[in-house]
Design a protein around this ligand. Structure first.
Ligand code: KG4
Ligand code: ZN
Length: 339
């Protein structure tokens, strides 16, 4: 039991996540989500998210401690997402982390949300290779990241120039009247559909386009236009085929660019993280294409891909293990924190 026992708090969006790890071993992963409250607004309402975090914070911490079977006084450190994310939501987590760390006399570690989406894979597949090549796809981000050191050096190779991949799923689901969040429902519908039924555009894949940047706004518009034309003609919209064809376009571009980045940088593995990494087609396609390119794929289980506290604890534990500096008591939330 030489490895650090770390509690991690995540409140960057609508999930109140509290996780506990010992080194790279997952002990607890408690998540309270306010997603149902946001659903009727078709997206996350920041003020509602902040209030929900405030209500869920202490009960979720208690739940995680009970799950792990440890006392708060046994902890070696408290880690918290300090950004990027919704400012008010982040503040609830940062304030709670400070209060617990200060009261317990334990060190505080503010961590980056994107880096922790990558680091969480250590809980699933053991220590990450260095450098780590990661494709991070969520509601707020779509980036290819190269991390020589997950605790201190994470370099963006490319990112979306408009919508994030998850945002595209959410917007297309809204046009199809499938509710929010859109990713999981489209994933489900797509299983019944034909991915080759409609040829939707693959953004930024031309020879003159930036190799590692993404664009999903044109795709979203193309899907919306296609649906509108159907509706205007009084025809039924084939939800399954639209879902499958849209999903195929997104996952095709994501995997193509990620594998190109691996080949260009000489990386023999690819880590995929963020909420969209829960997508079943993305997993299957990445598996297939990585195998063909001789690349080892690392994707955490879906529950560790979406926002959670375990990922924050995982990165906190790595920082403790590497002797990284702690955060001061004036740590604040930074909604646009870069990696
Ligand atoms: O990482 P995450 O939980 O939160 C942040 O955005 O940071 O990601 C949430 C996003 C949403 O846009 C949601 O629609 C998407 O991940 N998502 C999915 C799936 N599950 C969640 N997208 C596609 N397929 C899924 N199965
Ligand atoms: Zn996230």
């Amino acid at each position: 039991a030489d490895e650090p026992l770390v509690l991690g708090i995540e409140t960057s969006c609508d999930e109140t996540g509290v996780g506990i790890v010992r080194g790279t071993t997952l002990l607890a992963d408690a998540v309270a989500s306010s997603v149902d409250t946001h659903a009727r607004f078709g997206g996350v309402v920041p003020e509602i998210a902040s209030r929900a975090h405030l209500e869920a914070m202490v009960p979720t911490i208690d739940r995680a401690l009970a799950q792990a079977g440890v006392a708060a006084t046994d902890l070696d450190a408290v880690a918290v997402t300090s950004g990027p994310g919704l400012a008010g939501a982040l503040l609830v987590g940062v304030s709670a982390a400070k209060a617990y760390a200060y009261a317990l006399g334990k060190p505080l570690y503010g961590v980056n949300h994107l880096a922790s989406h990558i680091c969480v894979d250590q809980l699933e597949h053991g220590p990450l290779p260095e450098p780590t090549m990661a494709l991070l796809v969520s509601g707020g981000h779509s980036s290819l990241l190269l991390a020589p050191d997950i605790t201190a050096d994470v370099r963006p190779l490319g990112s979306t120039i408009d919508d994030a991949a998850g945002e595209a799923f959410d917007k297309v689901a809204r046009v199809l009247n499938l509710g929010f969040p859109g990713g999981p429902v489209i994933d489900k519908w797509a299983r019944e559909g034909d991915p080759g039924a409609i040829a939707f555009p693959r953004g930024l894949t031309g020879p003159r386009d930036a190799a590692y940047d993404f664009s999903f706004s044109g795709l979203k518009t193309a899907v919306a236009r296609w649906i509108e034309a159907r509706r205007n003609a009084g025809e039924e919209v084939p939800v399954a085929d639209v879902s499958a064809s849209f999903q195929e376009a997104v996952t095709d571009v994501l995997t193509r660019k990620a594998i190109r980045a691996c080949t260009d940088e000489g990386a023999d593995h690819l880590m995929i993280g963020g909420g969209v990494a829960a997508n079943s087609r993305l997993r299957a396609m990445a598996e297939e294409r990585c195998a063909a390119a001789g690349i080892t794929l690392r994707v955490p289980r879906p529950k560790l891909c979406t926002d959670n506290g375990a990922m924050v604890a995982a990165l906190g534990a790595e920082m403790v293990a590497r002797g990284r500096g702690t955060s001061s008591w004036d740590l604040s939330a930074d909604s646009s924190l870069p990696v």
